[in-house]
Write a protein that binds this ligand. Structure first.
Ligand code: 13P
Length: 234
């Protein structure tokens, strides 16, 4: 069983989500399917597909115009939320400290956070990939986790670029994350790979040790692209 999560980013409508949910509901799979969608679509219901958000506020409530709290996301019936996505780190200035505060909010409200870590191209070229990944895991995850979390390794330079690291690079990153999680008392935490996953590379990526599933951007928007990823593994 793998976890196949889609991240719709700022795309779609309630109607397009309903259509994809309808198409996916007839797919035979043992994999856990999650779609993380814009807040405006969190009301779309599905028996087979879990719906999640893409971010939550670091605050509980109050004068934070434009922000949406974890309790509001839970109130919509969502079960998951991405936290610390590369685009939130890049465009909204999220740091590991912000990500940890948001993850605390998610956990306090019964959501399963999908906490993202990964290196930029500059960090990769400076030979800092492993350092960034390990500090990302150690600093972004709250200290007193006692319910489910998911970690996603997303090499930031590869997102939406049609680029993927080599299998050896993915294996090294995921082994480091798994070992770090074990050291933090969180062994067994699923670790997803994300960045330029598509039907043609999904099975190979999910056969790499310590890759428990994928977090898919562009290829999760259309059933014709997403279903081959879901059915590429048992
Ligand atoms: P792409 O699959 O479009 O590269 O996006 C990956 C991603 O950011 C998933 O969160």
């Amino acid at each position: 069983m793998k976890i196949i999560a889609g991240n719709w980013k700022m795309n779609g409508t309630c109607a397009s989500l309903e259509s994809v949910v309808h198409d996916l509901s007839s797919v035979e799979t043992n994999n856990r399917i999650i779609l993380c969608v814009p807040y405006t679509m969190l009301g779309v219901k599905s028996d087979k597909i879990a719906i999640g958000a893409q971010d939550v506020s670091a605050h509980t409530h109050g004068a934070y115009t434009g922000e949406v709290s974890a309790s509001m996301v839970a109130d919509m019936g969502a079960k998951y939320t991405i936290i610390g996505h590369s685009e939130c780190r890049q465009y909204h200035g999220d740091t590991n400290d912000t990500v940890r505060a948001k993850a605390e909010q998610a956990l306090a409200n019964g959501l399963i956070p999908i906490i993202c870590v990964g290196e930029t191209m500059d960090e990769k070229q400076a030979g800092k990939t492993m350092e960034i990944i390990e500090s990302g895991v150690r600093e972004s995850i709250p200290s007193d986790v006692n319910s489910d979390i998911i970690v996603a390794y997303e090499p930031r330079w590869a997102i939406g670029a049609g680029l993927t690291p080599t299998s050896d690079e993915i294996a090294a990153a995921h082994t480091l994350i798994a070992n770090t999680l074990t050291d933090m008392g969180l062994s067994g935490t699923p670790v997803l790979y994300g960045a330029s996953v598509k039907g043609s590379n999904a099975a190979e990526i999910m056969s790499i040790p310590n890759v428990d599933g994928v977090l898919v951007g562009g290829a999760s928007l259309k059933s014709d692209d997403f279903i081959p990823i879901i059915t590429s593994v048992k």
